[in-house]
Design a protein around this ligand. Structure first.
Ligand code: CP
Ligand code: NVA
Length: 315
């Protein structure tokens, strides 16, 4: 069944959003349908208080523009409150454990914690010991909120996800991992194109392949041919030092006019942002009419509002 024919039930049986591995196609379709209603309401100026008086704490141990602002505005638009907790300002940054932080935050009436950090195991530990819902706002391994916003953007663009081909170029990183999972679960055809040594984690690739159509190649033409969407991300993720050897290996995977020319005529260009023009993508592609990067960025707001409602709202 595709997302367009799915009949939403208004709930999912999950408390957390950690990595999408345990989310079914139906769970994802629920999120996409609610995102669509919330986006329509937002653009019509329709007010609602689906999370009235609920509080989301946001822990950041890495920088952010989109994630911070979209979660903060999202919970506010749903009638709730947010607490911004930079790891520089809380004791976590001075070595207090995730376990103790989870136990303490559980005593203050917090309903959800969005966390952006390095280790995926920290996000999982927070969920294990906290009493609240935990939402992964990016780790070294996954970026599920971005991938959900991206497939929602593709659903808006193509009216379906089944059979849509997304070709991802560059570093086999957290974005590649989450796109493989989100795409595989929703019937998309996901091709990751990266040089040997920078391909996605084989365990995550194998897990995604069990759910659907995921391939990994180092051949740019093979990946771009017949693609509906070309996606790329930075060569160096947050926390990674610039390495000339990695840059040299990834440059042939840059999304430029030549690569765009190999894809379908109306193919879209996608990027989670922030972007480095002239590195993973050329200016003529990212600033072209093919580019839907700001639609993706906007959709972070709508999709995360849907996620918060489904996880933190009344069950
Ligand atoms: N795409 C994304 O997560 O952006 P930020 O790093 O600005 O949050
Ligand atoms: N792969 C990038 C994504 C940023 C949204 C990073 O982890 O820095």
């Amino acid at each position: 069944m595709d997302v367009s024919s799915y009949k939403p039930k208004g709930r999912i049986e999950h408390k957390h959003l950690l990595n999408l591995l345990d989310y079914s196609a139906a769970d994802i379709y629920e999120i996409l349908h609610l995102s669509n209603s919330l986006k329509t309401a937002f653009h019509r100026g329709k007010k609602h208080e689906l999370l009235k008086n609920k509080t989301l704490a946001m822990i950041f141990t890495k920088s952010s523009t989109r994630t911070r602002v979209s979660f903060e505005m999202g919970i506010k638009q749903l009638g709730g409150n947010s607490l911004f907790l930079s790891s520089n300002d809380i004791q976590l940054g001075r070595g207090e454990t995730i376990h103790d932080t989870a136990c303490v935050l559980s005593r203050y009436g917090i309903d959800g914690v969005m966390i952006r950090t390095f280790k995926q195991s920290d996000v999982e530990e927070l969920a294990k010991y906290g009493s609240f819902s935990v939402i992964n706002g990016l780790t070294d391994d996954f970026h599920p909120c971005q991938a959900l916003a991206d497939i929602f953007t593709l659903y808006e663009t193509y009216g379906q996800l089944n059979g849509v081909k997304l070709a991802y170029f560059g570093d086999g990183n957290n974005m590649a991992h989450s796109l493989m999972l989100a795409g595989a679960k929703t019937g998309m055809n996901v091709c990751i194109c990266a040089p040997k040594g920078f391909q996605p984690n084989p365990e995550i690739t194998e897990a995604a392949q069990k759910f659907g159509n995921v391939t990994v190649t180092d051949n740019v033409e093979e990946a771009a041919t017949d693609a509906d969407a070309l996606y790329t991300d930075v060569f160096f993720s947050m926390g990674q030092a610039k390495d000339p050897a990695k840059e040299k290996a990834l440059m042939p995977y840059q999304v430029n006019a030549k690569v765009l020319g190999m894809a379908k005529k109306d193919a879209v260009f996608m990027h989670c942002l922030p972007a480095h023009r002239g590195e993973e993508v050329t200016e003529d592609v990212i600033d072209s009419t093919h580019s839907i990067i700001f639609q993706e960025a906007e959709n972070r707001l709508h999709v995360q509002k849907a996620v918060m409602c489904l996880l933190m709202g009344k069950k």
